[in-house]
Design a protein around this ligand. Structure first.
Ligand SMILES: NC(=O)C1=CN([C@@H]2O[C@H](COP(=O)(O)OP(=O)(O)OC[C@H]3O[C@@H](n4cnc5c(N)ncnc54)[C@H](OP(=O)(O)O)[C@@H]3O)[C@@H](O)[C@H]2O)C=CC1
Ligand SMILES: O=C(O)C1=N[C@H](C(=O)O)C[C@H](O)C1
Length: 232
């Protein structure tokens, strides 16, 4: 596959390395103010940039009829707009708050746990995420996905960053040097604590999942999720 990398930071660089190892080629790369290569030659675009840049990047790919995989977080208030654009252009689009296979399995475990725990009102549920200090958005997109799944099975009304109000699901976001991404769901009662945790040891899992998504998307039309890619 010929890949365009929209965003060539920490993630773009890991994706480039793994894509080359899998026999793909990189035909275009862009950062905030530079670009090189031939965008129109790409079979697929992989977009990991910044919250304020994602919508422009995704639109640019869809308008050029290039399937687009977007991993950027913090722009999802414009998700419906991007879906409409994709449908109007008969294009292909997938976004995920987290492309790692492990986290997508964790999402399913979290959903199962949320259903199981729903009747046991003595447990209070909360979510914590820890990331590196360069991260621009909080809470992480992954923490929001986890919280939204829990809320489907909970009496709590919404998630809230650092809120201790009983009717909100509390998400705590911490920033520590070089942490790739740690997400913990805790169910705490006066008697015990049940915790589910995913710890990313490197960025490879995110990058591998994004390349799998690009390979899946290349010859398809429509809007997909990681559940479609992984068949889970
Ligand atoms: N869904 C997932 O699995 C994952 C998602 N992410 C998300 O991906 C995004 C990127 O993460 P990461 O690589 O760590 O971030 P970095 O800050 O390391 O890299 C961001 C890159 O995007 C570039 N960029 C900024 N604006 C534009 C633009 N308008 N057009 C093209 N490129 C642009 C930056 O350029 P410059 O250097 O010039 O500013 C930089 O090259 C974040 O939103 C993060 O949350 C991260 C990991 C996994
Ligand atoms: O910015 C990051 O680094 C990450 N961002 C994603 C998120 O916001 O959930 C995914 C991963 O945790 C790493």
């Amino acid at each position: 596959m010929k890949i365009a990398l929209l965003g060539y930071g920490k993630m773009g660089k890991v994706i480039e390395k793994l894509a080359l190892d899998r026999g793909h080629t990189i035909v275009f790369k862009s950062t905030a103010d530079t670009s090189e290569g031939n965008f129109e030659a790409a079979d697929v675009a992989i977009e990991f940039s910044a919250p304020e840049a994602a919508v422009d990047n995704i639109s640019k790919a869809l308008k050029a009829e290039i399937p687009v995989v977007s991993g950027t977080t913090g722009w999802l208030n414009k998700y419906d707009e991007m879906v409409k654009l994709c449908e109007n252009r008969n294009g292909s689009f997938i976004t995920a708050s987290n492309f790692s296979v492990g986290v997508n399995l964790f999402f399913s475990i979290n959903e199962y746990a949320a259903k199981l725990m729903a009747p046991w009102k003595e447990y209070d549920v909360s979510v914590e995420e820890i990331h590196h200090t360069e991260k621009k958005d909080a809470p992480s997109g992954t923490a929001i996905s986890i919280a939204e799944s829990i809320l489907k099975h909970s009496e709590k009304q919404d998630w809230k960053l650092n809120s201790s109000e009983e009717n909100n699901l509390k998400i705590t976001a911490k920033r520590e040097e070089d942490v790739k991404g740690t997400h913990t769901v805790s169910y705490i009662s006066s008697i015990d604590t049940i915790s589910l945790e995913h710890v990313a040891h490197s960025r490879e899992g995110f990058a591998k999942g994004a390349i799998l998504a690009a390979e899946f998307l290349k010859d398809k039309n429509g809007v997909f999720t990681m559940k479609d890619v992984l068949g889970i």
